[in-house]
Ligand binder design. Structure first.
Ligand code: DTR
Ligand code: ZN
Ligand code: ZN
Length: 502
């Protein structure tokens, strides 16, 4: 791999002082990590997956934040990390979780397929009955009050096409004009699966339907709509796990994270038992007292599936200086998809799709991850920094970031199947967010390769992050000194030669 690794002149005998009350103990650092990637064993990673599956089985089949399966997952990870000597904290946070109890939609007496936009307000018990009003399809469908010019939508359920503005905007504009509810229909194939983004943004009961259903409804203005949404918001208290080595500089920390929670529908063994297991095994092999230049901080996030809550709250809890102490952030979310692809976040935006590049340094991280996979014979594709995982808040505050994943609901192409194997025409993870995301549906070759790569890259950065953020270790600074001395000697030589000439 292409990481700059600079060997310290002598292996540093780092001593770690741990002080509790008046007692101080001094722990010698273990040997400098050598080739951490090759120390990662797929069976050891898989053992953590077995543990997470059993934890889910013993706790209603899931490991979702706020529920007992998540707490048991935290206990498992914390126990291992404390046993390996890490400094472990479990900072608590609260958030509003949205629970949908029931939903039904009928138009002109016909039961109609659809889903509820996340955070939609509930209807009164028994639902609402109102006439259907159809928003004209223009450049900004239902995004501006003027889109409804000439249509009275007071007391109606409006039908609006997706596009141009957020779902939250569409229901707000309709609510301001007195609408009783909203149905938003897709402008591409597939279910809408939308969200209003934030409970505070929610104004009127809102459902989503497919393009096909929406286009059929658009021909029935005035039809009677029955919309029944029973849902509630609950305050959930949960926690992240944050474990740091007791060695290495704490003002240039190498941080790596994976979300530990699952969706309530299942055990979440690929999403994201795999990222958690790969990261946990890397931490255990590194140990809490390695002879590293930079401290390494491992995070196991809670409530990712509820909107990246744990990682976002964590980053926002740090002061600007504490954020500066983080050299970089690496994210691992789904690294054993059963029909695996191989992706690294597109740090330099060389693919030119979706969001722009990551913060300065992210391009180097992408290169290092790509090299770590190439070293195992795997060609990696770029993956847009679209903010769908826990790196989102890190890049929002400017921390260089990167990460690997093996794909979720997107379908594998013929070219990808030819390059990586697996089956074209089906999703990288057909079990994404379902009860079938279990121990039987993991690609263990992909899992081991990704775990080795993440371990190798973390090890490299624990030695030096110079390529990412220019931070030099003591050894690197010492190596620069003779060079500077030589330049100075050359200058002196040249000066005295000139002097002698005159
Ligand atoms: N891991 C998913 C989100 C997700 C779907 N595709 C990607 C690609 C890259 C990172 C994350 C994702 C989840 O947590 O639901
Ligand atoms: Zn995930
Ligand atoms: Zn998920």
């Amino acid at each position: 791999m292409s990481l700059r690794t600079i060997t310290p002149r002598r292996s540093a005998a780092v001593l770690v002082a741990t002080c509790a009350a008046a007692l101080c103990t001094v722990t010698p650092a273990t040997a400098a990590p050598a080739d951490l990637g090759s120390q990662i064993n797929g069976n050891a990673v898989n053992r953590h997956l077995i543990a997470l599956q059993r934890i889910a089985d013993q706790n209603d089949g899931n490991r979702a934040s706020g529920l007992p399966g998540y707490e048991a997952s935290v206990d498992y990870v914390v126990g291992k990390l404390r046993g390996a000597g890490f400094d472990v904290t479990t900072p608590e946070f609260t958030y509003q979780a949205y629970y949908l109890d029931s939903f039904s939609l009928a138009v002109a007496g016909q039961p109609t397929e659809g889903d509820v936009l996340e955070y939609s307000p509930a209807t009164p018990q028994g639902g609402i009955t109102a006439p259907l009003a159809v928003a004209p399809v223009d450049d900004t469908p239902g995004c501006e009050a003027t889109d409804y010019d000439g249509t009275d939508i007071t007391g109606a359920v409006v039908l609006v096409q997706r596009g141009s503005c957020t779902f939250a905007d569409k229901q707000r504009v309709a609510a301001d004009l007195g609408a009783a509810g909203a149905i938003i229909y897709n402008n591409v194939d597939g279910p809408l699966n939308g969200t209003l983004g934030d409970p505070e943004a929610a104004r009127i009961p809102s459902a989503g339907v497919t393009k096909q259903v929406g286009e059929a409804l658009a021909g029935q203005p005035g039809a009677e709509v029955k919309l029944d949404i029973q849902a509630r918001l609950e305050t959930v208290t949960t926690r992240n796990v944050v474990a740091q080595t007791r060695t290495g500089r704490t003002d240039n920390v190498v941080m790596a994270g994976a979300h530990l929670d699952s969706v309530p529908e299942g055990a979440g063994i690929n999403d994201n038992g795999t990222g958690s297991a790969g990261l946990l095994e890397t931490a255990l092999r590194l140990g809490g007292n390695p002879a590293v230049n930079n401290a390494v901080r491992f995070a196991f996030w809670g409530a990712e599936e509820s909107g990246l809550v744990g990682s976002t709250k964590y980053v926002q809890s740090l002061t600007f200086e504490q954020q500066l102490d983080i050299a970089l952030y690496l994210n691992f979310d789904m690294i054993g998809s059963p029909n695996a692809g191989y992706f690294a976040y597109d740090g330099d935006d060389s693919d030119g799709v979706g969001s722009g590049p990551g913060p300065q340094g992210s391009a180097q991280i992408e290169q290092d991850l790509v090299a770590a996979m190439a070293g195992q014979g795997v060609a990696v594709e770029g993956d847009d920094f679209d903010g769908r995982s826990d790196y989102g808040e890190f890049i929002a505050v400017g921390i260089p970031s990167g990460g690997l994943n093996t794909g979720a609901e997107v379908v594998k192409t013929d070219e990808q199947a030819a390059k990586w194997g697996g089956t074209a025409g089906i999703a990288f993870d057909p079990n994404y967010h379902t009860v079938n995301d279990n121990l039987a549906n993991v690609d263990r070759v992909a899992l081991e390769r990704n775990a080795k790569a993440l371990a190798a890259v973390i090890e490299g950065y624990s030695r030096s992050t110079e390529g990412v953020n220019g931070m030099l270790t003591r050894a690197e600074r010492a190596q620069l000194r003779p060079a500077q001395g030589a330049v100075m000697a050359q200058r002196l030589d040249a000066a005295s030669a000139n002097h002698n000439r005159s």
